[in-house]
Design a protein around this ligand. Structure first.
Ligand SMILES: Nc1nc2c(ncn2[C@@H]2O[C@H](COP(=O)(O)OP(=O)(O)OP(=O)(O)O)[C@@H](O)[C@H]2O)c(=O)[nH]1
Ligand SMILES: [Mg+2]
Length: 462
């Protein structure tokens, strides 16, 4: 393995919690001799130095001149039994920003003076964990994905990856390819002798390929849960867009009134729709605009509709669709992103049943009836949305997706080579290419560029 940009053998420190006032804040330090290095800044140095791994020591942090900075609880971890695999201390401090500033300055040096610890860069703790064999690259990536998760489902999926679901799948498949390599090698070694040649087991190859393809396809799900789905509420004025927006947000964000043209500019918010992270847009109602401002608002509505993943086109059931609605619905009828919604169903009269709106979801923002139907209908329109729970591991890393594709392409070459009766050593090369790609996924094969690129996207302190 090549050198990485970060030094992984010096001592580093970083705030692991958010930079905002809070009850507690955690500062992490790690590196060879980290506990001893911290001792001069601790009111009970010998208690700290003598502390066993996985124990907590109560005391005060002091600066170089002995001035008390904070009362803290220091949790000591001894190598190799720590997150990074190196000696580490997690300092539970009070979450005051001026206090944290002083502590960090005491740890990492101030006024041009070098401190006892270097300020850690993004992802440095996890990088060390990887370098010390604490986690493979799929788990390391899951750490960041877990921190970035926006909904419970996204968090569950990331947690599954952190527990090694992807790693195990990859390793199992790699082992099966290794068996295949061994088989090919035996035949190559004894090619001259009179051994019975065993054909390349195409069944096994096909099975491994199918599993890899399944994992690669799960990237779509991973993306949906990490990036979210853009859903636009559109329709004529007074269709009930803002009311539905507020209902889904569970707060009165958008102004609702029976005046036509209430919403003039678009509003946006993140909501969870049955675990699906959604960027929801409320828009200006579509009609013949009455002024420059409204015209601009409507222009923006059209822009948002174009860029949407799902377009909820609302029609109020007390009015029913008019010519404008029919025109819109006609125009978009062949676009799978369109989902007609009949609103205000609490006002539904027997003479109008919304029969014109085929496939429409019926709901009332006033009573909440029909919201779960909306949820299922949206999920059905989003490729990659999971309905109950995911079957197998789900990936959320473009890096992993590209490597899976590389492995699949290599296996296709193996199949083709075998079909064409290519020499076994050529076939074996393609199997090796597939194995290399799988090795890169878990990090057995890697370069400093890959690591730099990957860990630079992490939070500091992770
Ligand atoms: N009874 C009933 N009234 C509703 C419902 N949803 C909305 N309304 C009423 O319909 C009127 C218009 O609702 P809005 O949510 O402001 O409609 P909009 O589509 O945002 O309208 P514009 O912003 O003007 O484009 C308001 O008086 C709401 O109270 C519903 O489910 N039931
Ligand atoms: Mg509105």
């Amino acid at each position: 393995m090549q050198e990485v940009k970060y030094d992984t053998e010096d001592r580093i420190a970083a705030l692991a919690t958010a930079w905002s006032p809070s009850a507690l804040a955690v500062i992490r330090v790690t590196g060879p001799g980290a506990v001893e290095a911290l001792a001069p800044l601790f009111s009970r140095p010998s208690a700290l130095v003598e502390a066993k791994g996985h124990t907590a020591v109560h005391g005060h942090l002091v600066d170089q001149r002995g001035k008390v900075l904070d009362e803290v609880l220091a949790t000591v971890f001894r190598a190799p039994r720590s997150y990074t695999g190196q000696d580490s201390v997690e300092l539970s401090c009070h979450g005051s920003l001026p206090g944290l500033k002083r502590i960090l300055a005491a740890l990492t040096g101030e006024g041009g003076q070098r401190g006892l610890f270097r300020p850690a860069g993004p992802g440095e703790f996890t990088l060390r964990a990887f370098m010390n064999g604490k986690l493979d690259l799929t788990r390391a990536e899951a750490v960041q994905e877990l921190v970035a998760a926006r909904t419970e489902t996204a968090q569950t999926l990331a947690l599954h990856r952190l527990s090694g679901a992807v790693e195990q799948r990859i390793r199992t498949l790699a082992n099966r390819l290794l068996d295949l390599t061994a088989l090919l090698n035996i035949q190559l070694d004894y090619a001259e002798d009179d051994v019975d040649t065993v054909p390349v087991p195409l069944g096994l190859l096909e099975e491994v390929r199918a599993e890899l393809a399944l994992l690669a396809a799960s990237f779509q799900t991973g993306r949906v849960y990490q990036e979210g789905v853009r859903i636009v509420l559109a329709g004529r004025t007074n269709a009930g867009k803002s009311s539905l927006f507020n209902q889904l947000l569970k707060e009165d964000r958008s102004i609702v009134s029976d005046e036509h043209g209430t919403t003039r500019d678009w509003l946006e918010s993140w909501v969870s729709l049955g675990g699906l992270p959604v960027r929801l847009f409320d828009t200006a109602g579509l009609r013949e605009a009455e002024g420059v401002v409204e015209r601009e608002g409507i222009r923006r509505t059209h822009e948002l509709i174009e860029a949407a993943d799902v377009i909820l086109y609302l029609v109020a059931s007390d009015e029913g669709p008019n010519d404008e609605d029919r025109k819109f619905l006609d125009l978009w009828s062949h676009d799978a992103r369109l989902l007609p919604v009949l609103t205000k169903t609490d006002l539904l009269t027997p003479h109008f049943q919304g029969s014109e709106l085929t496939g429409a979801v019926l709901l009332s923002s006033k009573t909440g009836v029909g919201l779960s139907d909306l949820e299922s209908a949206v999920k059905a329109r989003v490729p990659g949305a999971v309905r109950s729970g995911p079957e197998g591991p789900v990936i959320d890393s473009l890096r992993q997706k590209n490597l899976l594709d590389r492995a699949i392409a290599a296996l296709d070459q193996v199949k083709e080579g075998t079909d064409l009766g290519m020499p076994l050593d050529m076939v074996a090369l393609d199997v090796k290419e597939a194995l290399d790609a799988l090795g890169e996924i878990t990090g057995e094969v890697t370069t400093s560029d890959i690591l730099d690129h990957m860990f630079s996207r992490f939070c500091v302190g992770k």
